[in-house]
Design a protein. Structure first.
Length: 287
């Protein structure tokens, strides 16, 4: 599979939509936009091709779903027509675009040196990032937007699954609601884990649809965490960061885990276990 074949595959899968396509050969991107108002999305074909080698049609299904939802929400529905306006925080990498395709800046702020917090209008099966024009339509300030978003993320249920690897405990928040990584902003939730951790508490948001919390009890745990975050990071539709964060009393500190146990990193059985864990908890119904 190459970028041209992926381009044609996506065009074929999306031909039922009233959209147009524009291929940028130099950037290897495909822009899909509405025929009526020219609003749309741009996908990077090379990154999809790379993921296709392992995920096959699953990654194509994800992209098609994402495009369908995005295009359907770009029909110009006025905010005042929505009965229940709900705003939520979403996490992004510092390299994420700072404005929409029309050049209007998004509303965002720095979360850590490795992460940014954007704000989104929840639309049920998807969400729409809030830009400055939308903020004016909502008739609220940035501070009010932030407070509303944090309040809403604290109201979410926080289901998680637990796994133990080499004596270290890993918790995976993967609720399929599109805001799993956003739960890193819920300090009360993180504090509950901190109280029960016997070792060092690490937190990771490799992509928007997973939050990993780890109770690291020995040196091997750091290598395991590094492998897990990288695996999720490379498989995520919207990757955020492959780094982990040390957590202590509400403070997040980005850390870079150096390999201290080279034998552990070369052990194929451990690598297979990590991949099985990622596959078990990875979200395939992203927003």
């Amino acid at each position: 599979m190459n970028v041209f074949q992926m381009r044609d595959k996506l065009k074929s899968r999306l031909k039922h939509l009233d959209v147009k396509f524009s291929y940028d050969r130099e950037e290897e991107t495909l822009r899909i936009y509405r025929a009526d108002n020219h609003k749309g999305v741009t996908v990077k074909l090379q990154s999809i091709v790379a993921k296709y080698k392992e995920q096959k049609e699953d990654i194509v299904d994800e992209i098609v779903y994402y495009v369908e939802e995005a295009i359907s929400q770009m029909g110009g529905t006025a905010l005042e027509d929505l009965d229940d306006i709900k705003v939520m925080p979403v996490m992004r990498a510092p390299s994420f675009q700072k404005e929409n395709n029309e050049g209007t800046p998004f509303i965002y702020e720095e979360h850590t040196a490795e992460t940014l917090t954007y704000y989104a209008l929840d639309l049920g099966k998807s969400y729409r990032l809030i830009d400055e024009d939308m903020l004016k339509e909502l008739q609220i300030t940035k501070q009010q937007l932030k407070e509303m978003a944090l309040f809403n993320v604290r109201k979410l249920d926080n289901p998680y699954k637990t796994d133990e690897v080499k004596g270290n405990i890993f918790y995976f928040v993967n609720s399929n609601d599109g805001y799993d990584a956003s739960r890193i902003l819920n300090t009360r939730f993180l504090n509950e884990f901190e109280q029960q951790c016997e070792g060092e508490m690490l937190v990771a948001i490799p992509h928007q649809d997973v939050l990993i919390i780890a109770d690291i009890r020995n040196k091997t745990g750091y290598d395991v965490m590094a492998h897990l975050t990288m695996e999720f990071f490379t498989k995520g539709l919207v990757p955020i960061t492959s780094l982990s964060f040390g957590y202590e009393q509400g403070h997040l500190e980005p850390i870079f885990i150096l390999g201290k146990n080279n034998k552990q990193k070369r052990n194929p059985n451990v690598i297979q276990r990590l991949e099985a864990t990622r596959q078990k908890y990875n979200n395939k119904d992203q927003k």
